[in-house]
Design a protein around this ligand. Structure first.
Ligand code: SF4
Ligand code: SF4
Length: 248
């Protein structure tokens, strides 16, 4: 894997990123007391995102070799747009460290802890960590953990993967035997059904569940075609009741 975290002019002109890399010289901030005390809350929520710059070979075979190692998944981040009086939800595929209990293709599911996290922390040294993990800056404000994600940089990561949608779609087909569209619909259906079962009994929602409900709110009938109608109705009702609206 290539470890070049300084890929573009856009990065270097971003003030937040510049400030971050200034601190980067002092690596002790990443092994600081904050992380030791918190014991990897971020890693318990989800695996880190890879940037395209983390991979040397972004060809179909190159990415297949990486995915075959078993510690990464093709995931999707959903973009919501509004045109011709209707919302449209489209996936942007990218690669993330695999979450526990998930497979090589994980397009729409509730996040679980990073599959690589051990009792001693992350098995990667700081330098070899996926860039998405490096971009989370540990910070404690009084007694509260208030770690900072460089969101602009995260958006750069998403934008970076946009150029590789075709190759990632082909890999979804290779691993699942389904087209991207079909596979996404299956996962959406499965997750809505599971979420609805949870909503029937749960007194509160996790942040990840709220995020899922925010996406479901905007999905059209085609994308939710495999969900049980009662489960879909319950999820939409819950997101309306909670007033969850994603910014578009
Ligand atoms: S980055 Fe923040 S959330 Fe992650 S282990 Fe460090 S202190 Fe905890
Ligand atoms: S790869 Fe390492 S830093 Fe990233 S979520 Fe997993 S254990 Fe945490």
């Amino acid at each position: 894997m290539l470890k070049n975290h300084f890929p573009s002019k856009e990065y270097l002109e971003n003030k937040e990123v510049m400030e971050f890399y200034h601190n980067f010289e002092d690596k002790s901030i990443f092994e600081n007391e904050c992380c030791q005390e918190c014991k990897g809350r971020c890693c318990k929520k989800c695996g880190c995102s890879y940037y395209v710059e983390d991979f040397e070979d972004l060809s179909l075979n190159g990415l297949k070799t990486e995915l075959n190692k078993g510690d990464k998944s093709i995931v999707s981040t959903l973009e919501v747009s509004y045109a011709n009086h209707r919302y449209c939800v489209s996936p942007i595929l990218m690669i993330r460290v695999r979450n526990e209990g998930r497979g090589v293709v994980d397009l729409f599911s509730e996040k679980t802890r990073c599959s690589l996290l051990t009792k001693d922390g992350c098995p990667y040294s700081f330098e070899n960590r996926p860039t998405g993990g490096i971009m989370l800056i540990p910070f404690k404000n009084g007694s509260e953990f208030d770690c900072k994600t460089l969101e602009t940089a995260n958006q750069i990561a998403i934008d970076g993967w946009k150029r590789y949608q075709k190759v990632l779609s082909r890999l979804v087909k290779y691993y699942t035997g389904r087209s991207l569209d079909e596979r996404l619909k299956e996962e959406v259906g499965h997750t809505i059904d599971a979420l609805a079962s949870y909503l029937l009994t749960a007194p509160s929602y996790t942040t990840e569940q709220v995020e899922l409900l925010g996406n479901i709110q905007y999905m059209n009938d085609d994308l939710t075609a495999y969900a049980r109608p009662d489960a879909l109705a319950l999820c939409k009702k819950a997101s309306t009741a909670l007033g969850i609206y994603r910014s578009i």
